[in-house]
Ligand binder design. Sequence first.
Ligand code: CAA
Length: 412
Amino acid sequence: MTVGIDSLAIAVPQRYIELSELARARGVDPAKFITGLGTRRMAVPDPGEDTVALAATAVHRLLDQTGVDRSRIGLLIVGTETGVDHSKPVASHVQGLLGLPRSMRVFDTTHACYGGTAGLMTACEWIASGVAKGRVAVVVCSDIARYGVGTAGEPTQGAGAIAMLVTEAPRILAIDLGVSGSSSADVYDFWRPHGRREAVVDGHYSIECYLDALGESYRSWRAQARERGLISPVATGLSSESLARVIYHVPFPKMANKAHAHVMRLELDDAAGHADAALDPVVVAGRFEQQVAGSLRVCAEIGNAYTGSLYFGLLGLLESEAGALANQRIGMFSYGSGCVSEFFSGVVQRYAARMVGDAGASAILAQRTAITIEEYEQVLALAADAPLPIAPSPGGYRLEAIRDHRRIYVAG
Ligand code: CAA
C-alpha cells in the first residue's frame, strides 16, 4: 500500500513587507537580510488572521479543490506551535467552522515546528495500519512566527497555513513509511513561555541545535534507506546525491544552504573515515542549486511559517518541477526546537503537477498587498483581541472578536 500526500491547499496573510525596506528602517545593510539570511518578503498577519482563521481558510480551499466526501474524513490534525487556547485545540475550531462530521478524531499536535510532521506521520501510519478502513485524514500546519520589533529574529518572522489530504494511493507524494531518522534532545534553543506572543530564542545556538539534529537524523535515515535498497552507492560517496531533491525546514532561506553543506560535509567525513575532509565551496554551491534551491521560492515570499515551512517548501518545489520529478525520490528534513527532528523521504507521484497546480499558490501570493514598515509596526502593535474590521474574502475566515473568552469567527 502507498500512503502520503494526495492534495494540498494554502492560506497566507493578506499583507507583506519587503525585507530590504525593513533593513533600511532598522539601519541595517539590506545585504544582511537579502544575502546573509536569504530573506525577501515576510507575511504580516493582523489579529483577524490568527492560527484558526488561516487553518480554516486552507481547509476550506482543500475541500473545495478535491471535492472529497466529508464523511470519509476520519482524522483531523492541526500541527501548530501558536495555538489560541491552552486547552481547546485549533482543530476543534476548524471542525466547527467547516461543519465537518462528528465521527472523527480531532486534535492538535505541538512540538515547535515539528508539529505538522508529527501530524503527517500519525495520519500516514493510521492509514497504513488498516485502522482507517478506507477513510482519509486532513493534516493542517498553521502558525504565526513572531519575535518582535527590533530583535535579531525580526527579519525571520512570517505566517501561513497549509492543509494536506492524506490518503492511500496519494497523487502528490508517497511517503517511504518506516524509513525515517529521528533525533531529539532537551535543549533551550527557541521557546515561547505561556502568556507571550513573541518567541524567546537563542538564535545562534538554535542553528547549532538544528545542524546537530540534522546530522543524526540524516545518518539514521541513510542507514535505513540503504538497508531497504532505496538508495544505492554513489561514486562521489555522497548518498544524498541519490535523492533528486532535498527539502529542509526553512526558518530563513539561508538555513537551507547551511543544512545542505552540513550534510555534504558529514558524508565526506564518513566516506574518508575522519572529520576534516576537504569540501570544495564551488561543488557545494552547485549541489545546492541543483538539489535544494527550487524549494525556497514560496518560503522567501512568506517568511517562517514554523510547522508549515517544510511543506511550503514541497509546494514551491513541485509547483515548478513536479513534471520532471515524477517517480523520483526526494528527501525532507523537519526540525522542531526544543528539540526533535526527522529526516524522511518519499516518491513524487505522476499527478503531482496537476494536484499542486490546483492549489493556485502563485495567484494567492500575487493577490497580497505590500505595506510600509510604518503600517507593519501598527499591525504588530494591535492587541491580539482587536482584529481589523475587514470582511473575509469568499471562502476565507477571520477572527471577528473575543467575547467572554470565546473566539468568534466570521466566514466570507
Ligand atoms: N552582507 C551580507 N551578509 C551579511 C552582512 C552583509 N552586510 N552582514 C551579515 N551578513 C551575514 C552574516 O555573515 C551571517 O551569515 P552566516 O550565518 O552565513 O555567517 C548572516 O548574514 C546573519 O548574520 P548574523 O548571524 O550576524 O545575524 P544575527 O545574529 O542578527 O541573527 C539569526 C541571525 C540568529 C538567524 C536571527 O535572525 C534569529 O535569531 N532568528 C530566529 C531563530 C532562527 O530562525 N533559528 C534557526 C534555527 S531554529 C529553527 O529552525 C526553528 C525555527 O523555525 C525557529
